[in-house]
Design a protein around this ligand. Structure first.
Ligand code: FE
Ligand code: FE
Ligand code: ZN
Length: 276
């Protein structure tokens, strides 16, 4: 069965997001764990998390995807910024235990001139300090567009980070179609080639989720500007080939396209209708 949803606002809690997702025709969703700029998180409301777990069970929501604030940088040259990323993610992961069995995605970070090697070490070090053996969340590294000194735009960089993490079974990858194309991976004309490269570098079994976004920019642009499905340089057919690929079709697909809720409902309906 196709697992598809979109990014939703978390401001009214888990149960509200679950109901909103179902109303949009979705069976999963993504949300920011706190203000995307990284402020304080609201206290956990256990009535809400409990009601959500019940509702999810009754409405076919098997798994959801939390997204860390995108301004965190675990490989900043500034130790206080690295520490802030570490503490924020550690706190997010504690909070995720109230909705066990789900996914937590983050942007690896930008090495800001320290070099790729130093960045890889710092991110792995952060992960080794915040993962624990009996946690119930899988932490995902997102494939990035490679803006500036952003890490994780090459599959080998993700592999290098994962290699250095002790609790490997708590780690995975979230692909992003806009980011992969912006990074220079030609998923429109050579999806099999790109997925073979990913499989060699990382292993396709480590992919848990895919952000399905069209891109405003051409292959290899390193821009990271998402577009609505079908209006960008990837196109609906290429995105459907990603969603239908035997290696990916069981994964969680989440739209992060520039849309209001009716727009998301239309994209979800269109993709569900065409998905074979
Ligand atoms: Fe992201
Ligand atoms: Fe994304
Ligand atoms: Zn993006």
């Amino acid at each position: 069965m196709l697992k598809i949803g979109c990014h939703l606002s978390a401001s009214k809690g888990y149960l509200h997001m679950g109901k909103e997702a179902v109303a949009l025709g979705a069976n999963t969703f993504q949300f920011f764990t706190r203000n995307p700029r990284g402020g304080n998180a609201k206290p956990i409301d256990e009535k809400d998390t409990e009601a959500f777990r019940q509702y999810a069970g009754e409405h076919g929501i098997e798994q959801i995807l939390a997204h860390a604030p995108y301004t965190l940088n675990g490989c900043s040259a500034d130790p206080s910024i690295r520490d802030f990323a570490r503490r924020t993610m550690a706190d997010d992961l504690q909070r995720m235990e109230y909705v066990p069995g789900n996914l937590y995605n983050f942007h690896p970070g930008s090495h800001v001139g320290q070099g790729m090697e130093a960045g890889i070490e710092q991110i792995a070090d952060m992960l080794n300090s915040i993962l624990w053996a009996d946690m119930h969340t899988t932490v995902l590294l997102e494939t990035m567009a490679g803006k500036g000194s952003e890490m994780g735009s090459r599959f080998e960089e993700l592999r290098a980070i994962m290699d250095r993490v002790t609790l490997k079974n708590k780690l995975g990858v979230c692909m992003d179609t806009c980011h992969m194309a912006d990074a220079g991976y030609d998923i429109v004309h050579d999806l099999d080639g790109v997925l073979t490269a990913f499989d060699k570098a990382v292993g396709l079994e480590h992919v848990h989720a895919v952000h399905i976004n069209d891109s405003k920019n051409p292959l290899g642009s390193h821009k990271d500007r998402h577009e609505q499905i079908g209006l960008g340089t990837l196109g609906t057919e290429a995105i459907l080939r990603v969603m239908e690929h035997p290696a990916l079709r069981e994964k969680l697909f989440v739209l992060e396209t520039p849309n209001d809720l009716p727009g998301y409902a239309r994209e979800i309906a269109m993709l569900k209708e065409k998905w074979a």
